[in-house]
Design a protein around this ligand. Structure first.
Ligand SMILES: [Zn+2]
Ligand SMILES: [Zn+2]
Length: 366
């Protein structure tokens, strides 16, 4: 059997359309035919060579949903169900070792130094080659945590659950959002919409989503996800925006601010929006963004604010994100704005670069 993939062979160059021999699944592994793969903002950073983890050549794509083609032995999903050929499945994009200090003692597997991530740090140079989402098939390695999905849902809605959804779950959980809290989400992209949905699901009373004039249409999607207020980061002054935030939060600021834009200027301003005793979580800065000036005394120490770095996610977060989508409480179908056939992956990355995309997906069979 042979299968096609779009391969990143040189940074900032068109992806190469390559044919691979599809090897049988490795012992303990799963061969999957990809139904839909997501294009993530990190893919664009990787394509430009901005992510220090990127080996070449690589098949990009760390978010996908697909159907089991063959199994390298009995395998169960995280709910204990036995996988069968034809099952629609999603999986945790990271495979951790389970044996290191971070996996065992600290119980923070997202910090595992041996974490292997499909489409991010697994090259297509070595067998079984097909280890990224921009492809017709993907090999899931032994140790991959998978979840069988129900039939009848558009699988495109679930691709982002394995990356931005899981990372948002991690950030919201670490921020400790509770019933009645006043939350700000900076950045109305997929990460921000997931963070918003988790905050609303946890009972946030106020959910302010901050975008830009250019992304105003994304803010309208955020409103459909339950945002109580929308704000423009590029309208008014830093002082007027802070006053606006304070007017919406009893004069205190937000109990949690979830930074989902990754923009240094947004980080510098957003830290000032946290209420005393609150949390500033940073899931959005997924590639190096340089130094950000912080008034340590005024904005952190004097207010007892917690800065919560948020690096990727673990299987519990992936599970929460899938459950959130499957709950049907939020219009995740509205997040999928673009669908491209697999061989047009370059066009999809281009569309993301132009920032008129909320979520683009690749569909191999179209
Ligand atoms: Zn991603
Ligand atoms: Zn480990």
């Amino acid at each position: 059997m042979r299968g096609y993939a779009a391969v990143l062979e040189a940074f900032r160059r068109p992806l190469a359309w390559r044919e691979f021999e599809v090897l049988p699944p490795t012992p303990g592994g799963v061969l999957v035919r990809i139904a839909v793969a997501g294009i993530c903002g990190s893919d664009l950073h990787m394509w430009k060579g901005e992510d220090p983890r990127t080996p070449l050549p690589i098949i990009l794509g760390h978010e996908a949903v697909g159907r089991v083609v063959a199994l390298g032995g009995e395998k169960r999903d995280i709910m204990g169900q036995i996988l069968r050929e034809g099952d629609l499945i999603a999986w945790d994009r990271g495979v951790t070792c389970g044996a290191c200090y971070y996996c065992t003692v600290r119980k923070k597997p997202y910090l595992c130094p041996h974490r292997r991530v499909y489409g991010i740090n697994l090259s297509s140079a070595e067998p079984p080659h097909l280890l990224g989402g921009y492809a017709e098939y993907i090999h899931l390695l032994p140790g991959t945590n998978v979840l069988i999905l129900p039939e009848g849902i558009d699988p495109a809605q679930l691709v982002a659950a394995s990356c931005s959804g899981a990372t948002a779950a991690h950030a919201v959980e670490a921020s400790g959002i509770r019933l009645g809290d006043q939350v700000i989400v900076q950045g109305p992209g997929p990460l921000g919409l997931f963070a918003l949905a988790f905050a609303v699901a946890r009972g946030a009373a106020t959910a302010i989503v901050v975008g830009t004039q250019r992304s105003a249409w994304k803010l309208e999607v955020a409103r459909r996800f339950g945002a109580t207020h929308l704000m423009m980061a590029d309208v008014g002054t830093a002082e007027s925006r802070r006053a606006e935030i304070h007017a919406l939060t009893y004069g205190r600021g937000a109990t949690q601010v979830i930074e989902c834009s990754g923009a240094p200027a947004a980080i510098a301003e957003g830290i000032k929006w946290v209420a005393p005793g609150g949390v500033y979580a940073l899931p959005g800065a997924a590639v190096p963004v340089g130094d950000v000036p912080i008034a340590i005394y005024e904005d952190v120490v004097r207010k007892n604010v917690r800065l919560q770095g948020t690096w990727v996610s673990d299987t519990s977060h992936f599970f929460q994100a899938v459950e959130l989508v499957l709950s049907g409480r939020f219009p995740f179908d509205a997040m999928i704005t673009h669908r491209f056939p697999l061989h047009e992956a370059d066009r999809a990355l281009q569309a993301l670069e132009e920032r008129n995309v909320l979520k683009a997906v690749l569909v191999p069979e179209s």
